[in-house]
Ligand binder design. Structure first.
Ligand SMILES: [Zn+2]
Length: 241
């Protein structure tokens, strides 16, 4: 490896550490101001891998194939209007035994909407998923991680639990699979919830990063589970309160 490449790699390493510290700081502030929800669990050997913004013909089929090959179960937080466009992908996710969460109908910033529109965003997505798979989602991830008391109350009425994250490597900015994996690995701890994204620009990066994260979890003897399994009666109560 050339000296230049070596220095560039070192620089990226510290830039990723800094990115993780910045993301953690934002997450800890959000945790204080957002309505209650699930931010991972303590003292657990489990990791919860989640994919937002699908289904997507650019990522979902290859992602399902990789998850099947590695014997991994994950959670897909789907956008309602994309689920409506690609019902066969939603069906494939459910048939493969993964869990399906609600990520709103059109990925709007929910706190800016009126209550009727908020309800529509949440309920319509639940209905679409239920019509395709036979069961409504139990978990919800707010677009941009942002919700307010009105959103939380609608989730309660729909028996949905809010799921936040412990590791959000900003893969949507397309830093490359290696750097996404490294950002996750810096703080890979039991009970963690990892967020990756689906979408046209993210295809190869998401699949490769997810695969590398799965292997890293195996190396550390973590088991990968669907996110619903982390909802103990205690966390459901916290979310509902
Ligand atoms: Zn999203």
């Amino acid at each position: 490896m050339s000296l230049f490449r070596l220095i560039a790699n070192e620089f990226d390493h510290y830039a990723d550490k800094l990115a993780v510290a910045r993301i953690d700081l934002v997450s800890s502030v959000l945790r204080k101001v957002q309505p209650p929800g699930f931010w991972g669990e303590h003292s657990s050997e489990r990791i919860f891998l989640t994919f937002d913004d699908g289904p997507s013909p650019h990522t979902t089929p290859a992602l399902l194939e990789m998850l099947e090959e590695t014997g991994t179960k994950a959670t897909f937080f789907l956008i309602g209007q994309e689920a409506e466009r690609y019902p066969q992908l939603v069906e494939s996710i459910a048939q493969a035994g993964h869990s399906i969460g609600n990520h709103s109908y059109s990925h709007k910033y929910l706190p800016a909407l009126g209550i009727r529109e908020i309800e529509k965003q949440i309920i319509r997505t639940n209905t679409i998923v239920q019509e395709i798979t036979g069961s409504a989602p139990e978990v919800f991830r707010p677009p941009y991680g942002m919700m307010d008391a009105r959103v939380a109350s609608c989730l309660g009425e729909q028996r949905l639990s809010a799921i936040y994250w412990t590791s959000a490597p900003e893969d949507w900015a397309v830093p490359g699979a290696h750097r996404v994996t490294r950002r996750v690995n810096f703080k890979l701890k039991g009970g963690g919830i990892v967020v990756l994204h689906e979408g046209k620009e993210l295809g190869k990066q998401t699949i490769l990063a997810a695969k590398q994260i799965i292997y890293a979890c195996r190396d550390k003897n973590f088991e990968l589970h669907k996110v619903e399994s982390c909802l103990t009666s205690e966390s459901r109560r916290i979310t509902d309160s």
